[in-house]
Design a protein around this ligand. Structure first.
Ligand SMILES: Cc1cc2nc3c(=O)[nH]c(=O)nc-3n(C[C@H](O)[C@H](O)[C@H](O)COP(=O)(O)OP(=O)(O)OC[C@H]3O[C@@H](n4cnc5c(N)ncnc54)[C@H](O)[C@@H]3O)c2cc1C
Length: 557
């Protein structure tokens, strides 16, 4: 979270001493006695391992003796914290009910209070004082693990590899602490490759806990190996399945779970959606200094899980079955999950340039996001941003902080129609940004990595430059293919809801659809995927939260 240059200002601003106290607070006798009713006492002996990395774990409140927390790195164990009497273990994975990134072991014999994950969730929902202490400590501890750039997940990759970037984005956006080593700049990578009998051609490689070697793994394989997801209980019919964990889906999950509904969230990639790829969102209410998409998503995710929403990342919805109720979704790993209602919040995917060799350079010089992960790859070189919307404007301003020069290419004649005035002004004031209007990319050239770009401006000859980094911020198309034609869409592929539905879309039904309801009763659509929605974070969050009231009406009918 704090890895973002423009990110988690609250944490960055905390003085070191107060940050340490908030990260490892001591509970008062009154707080300890409130907790007693929620846990079981366990006598401990020195050397006893309470949790191994990757294991689901309860919270341990130390009553006497001590418990050490260590990170298992390739160089052995690194002490992260020592919990003594009155202190408690855990970090965000404890609340999420997923694998721990650390080992917890008793140093001095004594006793701990063992508080199971469900009890812990009940405490944070009902005891505001303890909730604030636990959540703040958990977020700060996870942030410290990320900052320490150590951990039991090591990514060995190359700056020229698209798959390396994919895995960096996946781990970073899941706020999972990992060590990032690149062949091009770190001599230790070759030693590690030899030690683990891996060839350069196998890169990227993820080493899990120093024992499991994953060669060029998918996001799903990494998530499974690192214990990021719990098993899904496919036998249960939930009140609601939310598909997509962008701002709209996360808002729906927070409101639905906080109002007592049983909610499962499925997310193809990582929480945050398009917003998660924004370096700095400045127009979202309540964040006058702006907030990175990553920080916003991380906060929303922990909020949803605090209320008990089950969230599965790297877990796609592949097909909707809505012929009968309860509705079912075929998801990744051949699982089928069912629910009485569904909210589709699958947003949109990035539009391509439609150049023949474009896919070859995706992640190897062509990017659809401009966060610090991508910016690191550009160093101080000259870069291109394509697009005329706010996402392009933000990317140009952000990249201009570190890149020598930013060329902003836009195919229309004016930025004012599509970009906010504050960004247009900021671009005009930034001397190392040049705006090229009525300009389009004509060709991309390079071998393994993008090396040269040719663009064409109206009524001028094409211009070629040795530029290896292009950011495509050219809008998006709705993610609706997985719906299999059962949900009514408009001509652009966006989902019709409420009064936007045509008479022929509607199935025989006894009532008019709710404002955010699709042609299938009990199936809703919110955020960017919905026809007529305002493509903004605040609008997506508003629709996701408002939709829950309509879900209640369907469930109560
Ligand atoms: C770089 C960038 C910067 C932006 N900056 C701003 C800004 O400053 N201010 C602003 O107001 N707006 C901004 N926007 C727009 C804003 O991010 C979007 O309007 C908002 O994210 C839409 O939210 P959503 O939840 O509807 O969809 P999305 O954010 O698109 O999220 C949809 C989620 O669904 C998941 N998904 C898709 N298909 C499936 C499937 N089959 N199964 C499971 N999961 C699936 C996707 O992986 C994704 O995580 C920006 C957009 C971009 C790209």
């Amino acid at each position: 979270m704090t890895g973002e240059r423009n990110g988690e200002s609250y944490i960055a601003q905390l003085p070191q001493s107060s940050r340490q106290t908030q990260m490892y607070p001591k509970l008062t006798p009154a707080q300890l006695s409130r907790l007693e009713a929620h846990g079981d006492k366990l006598a401990t002996h020195a050397g006893q391992v309470l949790t191994e990395p990757g294991e689901r774990h309860p919270m341990y409140v130390v009553l006497s003796g001590s418990v050490e927390v260590v990170q298992v790195s390739l160089r052995g164990e690194v002490l992260v914290a020592l919990h003594e009497s009155g202190s408690f273990s855990g970090e965000v994975s404890t609340l999420r009910g997923v694998g721990a990134p650390v080992r917890m072991r008793v140093r001095e014999a004594g006793a701990v209070l063992v508080i199971a994950e469900t009890r812990l969730r009940a405490i944070v929902q009902t005891d505001p004082e303890l909730s604030e202490i636990f959540l703040r400590a958990y977020i700060l501890r996870r942030t410290r693990l990320i900052e320490s750039q150590s951990g039991d997940a090591v990514l060995l990759g190359s700056t020229h590899s698209a798959d390396t970037l994919r895995l960096q984005q996946f781990l970073t956006r899941n706020t999972f602490p990992f060590v990032n080593l690149e062949l091009d700049s770190d001599p230790s990578v070759r030693e590690l490759l030899e030690r683990f009998h891996v060839k350069v051609e196998d890169l990227p490689v993820v080493l899990c806990r120093g024992t499991v070697v994953l060669k060029s793994p998918s996001n799903e394989e990494v998530a499974a190996c690192l214990g990021m997801n719990q098993q899904i209980d496919g036998g249960r019919v939930r009140d609601l399945i939310v598909v997509g964990a962008g701002p709209a889906g996360l808002a729906a999950a927070v409101y639905a779970a906080s109002e007592g509904l049983e909610v499962l969230v499925l997310e193809t990639g990582t929480p945050g959606g398009q917003a998660g790829s924004s370096s700095k969102i400045e127009n979202y209410l309540g964040f006058p200094m702006g907030i990175s998409g990553l920080a916003l998503a991380a906060r929303a995710l922990i909020q949803a899980q605090k209320f008990g929403a089950e969230v599965r990342t790297a877990h796609s919805a592949l097909r909707l079955r809505c012929e009968r109720q309860p509705y079912a979704i075929e998801s990744a790993y051949g699982q089928v999950v069912s629910a009485k209602t569904i909210i589709v919040a699958t947003g949109a995917e990035y539009r391509q340039l439609a150049l023949p060799n474009e896919s070859r350079f995706l992640g190897a010089g062509l990017y659809h996001a401009a966060t610090s992960t991508e910016a690191r790859r550009c160093g101080s070189s000259e870069v291109i941003v394509v697009g005329g919307g706010n996402s392009a404007g933000q990317a140009a301003v952000f990249l201009a902080e570190t890149c020598r020069h930013v060329h902003l290419l836009f195919r229309s004649q004016r930025l004012a129609a599509s970009m906010s005035q504050y960004l247009i002004r900021r671009i005009a004031e930034t001397t190392n940004i040049t705006v090229h209007l009525t300009t389009e990319i004509q060709s991309l050239d390079g071998n393994d990595h993008l090396e040269r770009v040719t663009w064409k401006t109206a009524r001028r000859d094409p211009e070629s430059r040795d530029i290896g980094h292009v950011f495509l911020m050219t809008g998006a198309v709705p993610s609706t293919n997985w719906l299999g034609g059962r949900i009514a869409l408009n001509e652009g592929g966006f989902i019709r809801t409420g009064s936007d539905l045509e008479a022929e879309d509607l199935l025989p039904r006894s009532r008019a659809p709710e404002f955010l309801e699709t042609n299938v009763p009990g199936i809703f659509a919110v955020g960017d995927v919905r026809s007529g929605s305002v493509k903004r974070v605040a609008a997506a969050v508003g629709e996701g939260s408002a939709c829950v009231q309509q879900v209640h009406r369907v469930l109560d009918a």
